[in-house]
Design a protein around this ligand. Structure first.
Ligand code: HSE
Length: 401
């Protein structure tokens, strides 16, 4: 099987290295040799051991009937979209790590792959090296998936971990993540939760068959989390994690959201630290299943890319069925019920009690407390009452359950 790699960056070079180093292993599985025929990049890499295969023109790949599989690791949803479509139209299967492309055009590209009798697989787009999409789509597909909750972004998990271990502020922990090369120079997509939103949109689509635009998902990042919140969480034995969540209620309602949550120490996701990712999947027969591993980086991501190459090579590929379904999975979360950690100022404890009912006070330095369980709508209306009394919510974080 001859393959072409599009993009020779972090993931592309890791993939080329793995296809070379583990060639014999892959061949033993696939029953045939998997050979890199081309690597397409706008740059040239004269010093690379793959220099003889690096070309600049994608149309060479497109026209080469010998190439049956294209590995798209360019990223973004512009050139990558054009090349993926052209590869599929030419009858070539495509494997990718591109979560933005899958979250935006996944349904369309999967339909095209089916029409052309080839495959579009994207294990590496969620959870880096962790095999999580294939188990959900294959081994758990006969379960009704009632919950997927995941720590899906390594950068923010590193920042939050540092805030807990060193008491650092968000800004200081972010600067540290950037210095270590974990966070991008522009970390917006990570810290604002957009990266996690794309990943939970893909996970939710696998569980439900319905794809919603990640832009429509209620998304809160971690920028507003203060060192004081971290101290209060520690005091009650909780961690704070940015979670992407897909939930299906007993009456069949589904919804998606991305937000920081307080996690009690006994929650299986609580101990997942540093740049690691973790995904909890709950099925109606299997119960809880946990996936844990490296969510980013050249080698882990390459491992997931090559897992899909291997599946296609040995005829074990699957077809995730996504239907574009904006509106079918509610992204408006007014009925979602949780307890909350809340910090207020400008009103006294008796006013808090009148507005929030019974609460659990948390701190003597600040007016911080845990509320009883209430809906998003109920919380919003209480905040409006509090503001009408001259008060202000300084911070609030949902409690995981
Ligand atoms: N920026 C992402 C993260 C990379 O920090 O998890 C992997 O998708």
């Amino acid at each position: 099987m001859k393959v072409a790699i599009l993009g020779f960056g972090t993931v592309g070079s890791g993939t080329a290295e793995m296809l070379t180093k583990n060639k014999a292993l892959l061949e033993a599985h696939a029953g045939e040799e998997v050979e890199i025929k081309y690597i397409v990049d706008i740059r040239s890499f004269p010093e690379s051991p793959f220099a003889d295969r690096i070309i600049n023109d994608f149309s060479v790949v497109e026209k080469d009937e010998e190439v049956s599989l294209v590995i798209e690791v360019i990223g973004g949803a512009k050139i990558a979209y054009d090349f993926t479509k052209r590869a599929l139209l030419a009858g070539k299967s495509v494997v990718t790590s591109n979560k933005e492309l899958v979250a935006t055009y996944g349904a369309e590209l999967l339909a095209l792959a089916k029409e052309k009798d080839c495959y579009y697989l994207f294990e590496a787009a969620v959870g880096g090296g962790i095999p999580v999409l294939s188990p959900i789509a294959n081994d758990l597909s006969h379960n009704e998936i009632t919950e997927i909750s995941g720590i899906l972004n390594g950068t923010t998990n590193y920042i939050l971990t540092r805030m807990f271990s060193s008491g650092a502020s968000f800004e200081a922990a972010l600067a540290e993540a950037q210095a270590k090369g974990y966070a991008e120079a522009d970390p917006t997509a990570d810290v604002e939760g957009h990266d996690a939103a794309r990943k939970i949109a893909i996970l939710g689509a696998l569980a439900s068959g319905k794809m919603v635009s990640s832009d429509a998902i209620h998304t809160e990042g971690i920028r507003a989390i203060r060192a004081e919140d971290v101290a209060a969480a520690s005091k009650i034995g909780c961690s704070i994690k940015l979670l992407g969540r897909y939930l299906r209620t007993e009456n069949g309602d589904m919804f998606l959201l991305v937000a920081p949550f307080l996690l009690p120490a006994d929650s299986p996701l609580s101990g997942i630290s540093d740049v690691y990712n973790g995904v909890l999947v709950r099925g109606n027969f299997v119960g809880d299943v946990m996936f844990y591993g490296r969510g980013a980086g050249s080698e882990p991501t390459a491992s997931a890319v090559v897992a899909d190459v291997d599946k296609i090579a040995r005829g074990a590929a699957y077809r995730p069925a996504f239907i574009v379904a904006d509106g079918d999975i509610p992204t408006e979360i007014s009925f979602f019920r949780t307890r909350r950690y809340v910090v207020v100022e400008g009103i006294d404890a008796s006013a808090v009690e009148i507005i929030f009912g019974e609460t659990e006070p948390l701190s003597s330095e600040e007016n911080a407390f845990l509320t009883a369980e209430m809906s998003e709508k109920g919380f919003k209306s209480r905040v409006a009452r509090l503001e009408a009394c001259g008060g202000k919510v300084v911070s609030h974080i949902r409690l995981y359950r």
